[in-house]
Design a protein. Structure first.
Length: 182
């Protein structure tokens, strides 16, 4: 059985400022580094992981590097795990966006923004192939909040609960579904 551990990247200054990050490469801040160092120590206590697959955006990649070093396992970058591209919205605060786009929702077309269907398709395609590509490996996925929401929508038989930066959750991959481990 494949076990999947999902880790949301550590905190950034833009997280604190409630800015849309999307594909903008924003570094982890000191708090984010501490969150991931703590997560890595906890993951090491559990053990049994074979590899890490991470988004190639710096905040996730840096998080994966910290975990990889602590656990002495390899990490691989996959751009399929990137956050949704938000185009003109990137760098703006949620307050600014509410003023400029009062009716914005996940399906609203904004210049340069990846449409929801493309974004979901990218995540689903990656995930549907994970078993074939990696077999029964125990995998840590380091990714972003939007990606995690898509995973919950399509693959996780559980109600979505907000993932904090640096948070870890464990799942079993059974018949193409992720089952939350208690």
């Amino acid at each position: 059985m494949t076990e999947i551990c999902i880790v949301r990247h550590g905190n950034t200054n833009w997280n604190n400022e409630h800015r849309i990050q999307g594909w903008t490469d924003v570094e982890l801040n000191d708090s984010g580094i501490n969150q991931i160092e703590e997560a890595a120590i906890n993951l090491k206590k559990i053990g049994g992981f074979d590899m890490i697959i991470t988004s190639d955006l710096i905040r996730a990649k840096h998080s994966a590097e910290i975990i990889s070093k602590e656990l002495s396992i390899p990490y691989f970058q996959d751009s399929s795990l990137r956050e949704r591209k938000h185009g003109k919205l990137e760098g703006k605060t949620k307050i600014d966006i509410e003023k400029e786009y009062p009716n914005l929702n996940m399906f609203t077309i904004v210049e340069g923004r990846e449409n929801m269907r493309e974004f979901s398709s990218r995540i689903c395609s990656f995930f549907k192939n994970i078993k074939a590509k990696y077999g029964d490996k125990n995998i840590i996925l380091v990714t972003h909040g939007g990606v995690i929401k898509v995973l919950y929508s399509y693959f996780i038989d559980s109600e979505y609960e907000y993932f904090k930066n640096g948070e870890i959750r464990f799942f079993n991959l059974i018949n193409g579904k992720l089952m939350l481990k208690e």
